[in-house]
Design a protein around this ligand. Structure first.
Ligand SMILES: NC(=O)C1=CN([C@@H]2O[C@H](COP(=O)(O)OP(=O)(O)OC[C@H]3O[C@@H](n4cnc5c(N)ncnc54)[C@H](OP(=O)(O)O)[C@@H]3O)[C@@H](O)[C@H]2O)[C@@H](O)CC1
Ligand SMILES: [K+]
Length: 591
């Protein structure tokens, strides 16, 4: 499980350690410098293909890789080679520019800059505040770093200097940020981001490392309300922050590395000897399931199981105009391991479904979950019969009809056109699965004045708002899918961008229906479980898509340079459904 903690949680966890005199800033700076050194060396390797994958020299007395080279005060940018110069694997002569703000984020950056200067890099600090961390500044100067102030040099001069750099460290603001970046930092970042965006594809540019977070993102909500310099890597301290896993800010963070400061915030991904996991009562603000978490959630059949104990999924999907959605939803459910799938819909669509999946039954009967709505437009008169079926199922799952009539509520996936038919408060065992446009329509119908751009700018806020307004678990689809449920929020980033294709959502709806059916009673008994299973479905869907796509590596590594990872190729939805058995087997096998 990947866990992200808010700035107040991180501060609260730091407090006792700081009071005990733990050198947190020194640890942070050291880890930051080590990562920058490795990145710079790796980048030089990729500029000279085939060169040996190592830094020159061993670990120094400071524990950092590379050969030490103390530079005297005044050794500036002209003393170093141009970008890409220097021997292969050698970081000496590489140029680093530090963007330094007023707080401890700037302090981390200055101390890291001092370590880089001592490894032979030509380091220039650009101060974006009249006063910065005193000790950090002194350390950088003592190590031979050059210092300029945004109050003395013009922004275009800094932009030109950054263009020549090998690496930029963004240390303007960290968890102490409030709102959009203020001048002069905001103006500088806007100019740097514009200059970067204007570069032709593939043009050489500096590697950008964000210190703790890319400055300017909403640390706790993942919003991007003003200028932000997109990072290639973020080195974050103590724990992940919500803005590093939530859209849209997650797309500006690059490869994220968590440095263990011993805060004990329960992040099991951190390295080193941190304190055992401690979870404040409120828990992490955002979670992301990993494969092993999903393996623990899946119900694997045993020798005593039969098709009814494994779970029957009832699918109301497709119309004569959109028959393919029925095939896709049913395929998602069947391939994910439903004990049985019942398809309810027009005869002609049923025939198509049976032609593709003969194991499906097309008669009514008891189900352990519903999948409602794929391929059923809410405003289509010709879809009236499907609409009536959906209304009937919704009346059962929302408890509008008594258990005597319905046989009892079961979990449900409410997708596409069915979302518009939700009129009553839902239990969290109902999972609504909108994309941003559908969530916008839902919220507008509920009286909120938000448009699609607003939902896309604040997916966390609107997923939560929809959960609060409807009672349902809300799965907001996107390249990072945000799930808001009874026990908190998940942000899953599991699939390739190729997965944004017609019918992929229908497969997801069917797959999730199967997961809900397999643990139907548990989902009704434990309100938070539906969100966990929704997150699990997103992970399996994404992994199946990667398998079809032929990509490799984990999602973050794929964003990095020189990892050897592959970006994959196009996928179609039915192939994703067909890849689910192998994806599930891999997850269960711990692959
Ligand atoms: N605590 C620790 O021991 C450890 C902390 N660590 C590090 O410290 C970081 C947190 O440090 P921090 O608390 O000093 O806050 P930080 O993020 O540097 O920013 C505050 C400054 O920025 C300013 N500012 C705010 N918003 C702004 C804006 N929009 N635009 C422009 N300026 C803005 C704000 O000014 P103010 O708004 O108060 O006037 C204030 O001057 C954390 O992210 C991590 O890197 C690590 O070393 C591990 C140990
Ligand atoms: K920063």
């Amino acid at each position: 499980m990947i866990e992200a903690w808010t700035a107040p949680d991180v501060r609260a966890a730091e407090k006792p350690l700081l009071a005990a005199g733990e050198p947190l800033m020194s640890r942070a700076a050291h880890a930051l410098a080590a990562t920058v050194l490795r990145d710079v060396a790796a980048r030089r390797r990729s500029l000279a293909p085939g060169s040996p994958p190592r830094l020159r020299g061993g670990l120094g007395s400071d524990g950092l890789p590379g050969e030490a080279a103390v530079r005297g005060p005044g050794a500036g940018r002209r003393g170093a080679g141009a970008r890409g110069a220097g021997a292969r694997g050698d970081v000496r002569g590489a140029r680093a520019v530090l963007l330094v703000g007023a707080g401890n984020n700037g302090g981390d950056t200055l101390f890291a800059g001092a370590l880089l200067a001592r490894r032979g890099l030509a380091v220039t600090a650009v101060l974006a505040a009249p006063r910065v961390h005193d000790a950090g500044l002194a350390a950088l100067r003592a190590a031979g770093g050059r210092v300029v102030s945004l109050f003395d040099v013009r922004v275009p001069v800094v932009v030109a200097e950054v263009a020549e750099a090998d690496v930029v460290l963004d240390g303007l603001v960290g968890i102490g940020a409030h709102g959009v970046l203020r001048p002069p930092a905001g103006g500088l970042v806007r100019a740097l981001a514009d200059a970067r965006a204007a570069l032709p594809h593939g043009a050489p540019r500096p590697w950008v490392v964000a210190v703790d977070v890319p400055s300017g993102i909403g640390v706790d909500d993942g919003t991007v309300a003003g200028p932000v310099l997109p990072a290639d890597r973020t080195v974050t301290f103590g724990a992940l922050k919500p803005g590093l896993v939530l859209p849209p800010a997650v797309h500006l963070a690059g490869i994220v590395e968590v440095v263990d400061l011993g805060l004990g915030l329960g992040d099991r991904r951190v390295t080193g000897g941190g304190a055992p996991g401690r979870s404040p009562a409120s828990g992490p603000a955002v979670r992301r399931l990993e494969a092993r978490d999903v393996a623990a959630l899946l119900r694997v059949p045993g020798p005593r199981d039969h098709k009814y104990t494994r779970g029957v999924v009832g699918v109301v999907a497709g119309t004569e105009a959109f028959p393919g959605a029925a095939v896709l939803a049913v395929s998602g459910a069947a391939r994910a391991g439903a004990g049985m799938v019942r398809y309810l819909g027009p005869e002609s669509v049923g025939a198509l479904v049976l032609g593709r999946r003969p194991e499906v039954v097309t008669t009514g009967g008891r189900v352990q979950s519903w999948v409602l709505g794929p391929g059923v437009p809410a405003d289509d008169d010709a879809a009236d019969d499907q609409g009536r079926r959906i209304f009937g199922a919704l009346a059962a799952v929302t408890g509008l009809l008594s258990a005597d009539v319905t046989g009892g509520a079961v979990p449900a996936v409410v997708d596409a056109g069915a979302i518009e038919l939700v009129e009553h408060r839902c239990p969290p065992s109902v999972v609504i699965t909108p994309h941003a446009g559908e969530l916008t329509a839902l919220m507008q119908r509920l009286g909120h004045g938000v448009d699609r751009a607003g939902v896309e700018a604040e997916p966390l806020r609107w997923a939560r708002a929809a959960h609060e307004a409807t009672g349902a678990t809300v799965l907001l689809k996107g390249s990072v899918t945000v799930i808001a449920g009874q026990d908190g929020v998940f942000a899953q980033a599991d699939g390739p961008a190729w997965l944004a294709t017609a019918g992929a959502g229908d497969v997801l709806a069917g797959l999730l229906g199967t997961l809900l059916a397999s643990r139907s009673a548990d989902v009704l008994a434990r309100p938070g479980l539906a969100a966990e299973l929704a997150a699990a479905a997103v992970l399996l869907h994404g992994r199946a898509a990667w398998a079809v796509s032929g990509g490799s590596g984990d999602a973050q590594a794929r964003a990095g340079a020189g990892t050897g990872a592959r970006a994959g190729g196009p996928v179609v939805a039915l192939d994703v459904a067909d890849a689910l058995p192998a994806a599930i087997a891999d997850v269960l096998a711990g692959a």
